[in-house]
Design a protein around this ligand. Sequence first.
Ligand SMILES: Nc1ncnc2c1ncn2[C@@H]1O[C@H](COP(=O)(O)OP(=O)(O)OP(=O)(O)O)[C@@H](O)[C@H]1O
Ligand SMILES: [Mg+2]
Length: 440
Amino acid sequence: MKREKDKVYVCSNCGYTSAKWFGRCPQCGEWNTAVEVEGAVKNAPSSIEFASSKESVVKTERIKTKMREMDRVLGGGLTKGSAILLAGGPGIGKSTLLLQYASELAENGNVYYVSGEESISQVLSRVKRLGVEKDNLFLSSSVEVDGILSSIKGKTVAVIFDSIQTLHISGMNALTGSLPQMRECTAKLVEYAKKTDTSVFMIGHITKIGNIAGPMVLEHMVDTVLYLEGEVRSGRRILRTTKNRFGPTDEIAVYEMSSRGMIEIPDPSKIFADMDSEEPGNALSVVVEGSRSLLVNVQSLTTFNRRSNSIRIARGIENSRLFMLSALTSNYLGVHLENNDLYLNILGGLKITDPAIDLAVIAALYSSAKKMSFPVKTVFIGEVGLDGRVRPVQQMKMRISEARRMGIKKIISSYLSKEKGIIGVRTIKEAIAKALMEDE
Ligand SMILES: Nc1ncnc2c1ncn2[C@@H]1O[C@H](COP(=O)(O)OP(=O)(O)OP(=O)(O)O)[C@@H](O)[C@H]1O
Ligand SMILES: [Mg+2]
């Protein structure tokens, strides 16, 4: 029997590669995901050259634009020759955002916007609506990678592909939008970016479960991964860096979607925090996302129920975190949340991973359960251990200065933070007591 040595099988869900066909992927367990692709068997060169680590390399050049928030999420401007993936759900504003950015980048040289998703006339009408016409911003609706790359001319700053799922390499034995196609296209575009010092943007759709369709592999191949999130119905959008080889991750930018495009909101603390709410269930905190600190508002609602199983729903933090923090509240603060339904929300649609919000979540749960409020302009900053102790968190200086800037009067945090101007506490019980004290 003839063996076909140059064929490999790739799982279209997780990217697992095997020389043998498989019915069920041994890595991710999905059925019928094996896709046959031509394996690239290259001859390895006999010797290679190493560069000295003391070699004077050219400094990484960055392009800055008027879109300051976009520059921020990219780590302080666009690094030349970088490959960037922008992922987001349908209709969230990916094309709009990158078209606006393309126009700003065109101040520095040619920019090509390749849209396999929409026709030229559709893109043109968006260009007109947004008012982003430029002499050297070029549009195409081609989908074949080699053809596109060989047509790029002149001093080019960036090429934008909308979307990676629409591209293909002709002659490749895999469907457009399949993982092997996307992987090959991405590899080619990344190589192009590095070779020509042109930045390449790729838009990627994400699936309902939040993965870039045809998952993780693409994230590993590019330098920077940005996620655009928000609820389509509301105008608020948050752009977040989840990976960056040229800057900090978890950097965020906030936008408002309008008919004129995405409008940057340079001071998000003002929209994420309701400073004056005196209703029970509210607590403020200062979280750090990337290089920025933000004042945020945690809201909670606890309602008594007679059923045997209660509901716990968290928006903006992990549900499991709410489980843990509500258990801590019941255990150490003497409020019995076991027979309550719990709802928790971070105002403004922000998703928070910073553990410093723990203390504010507990404060909000306590406040709602006891139907009492904390004095306005009080913030809670601290991670909470299973022993009910408040732990210090990083970047306290930055958090305190953001709190002060926003007019906060009382900052409750761990006594182990040596910063001035905070009310130091050891346990969550002490935190609540000190927050409720009228004057220090
Ligand atoms: N004329 C308009 N006025 C105001 N907002 C508009 C207008 N046209 C489109 N939009 C907004 O733009 C959004 C779509 O933006 P965009 O096409 O950039 O999103 P996308 O993420 O690229 O979508 P897709 O997944 O379809 O490619 C719509 O949800 C809508 O909110
Ligand atoms: Mg689009």
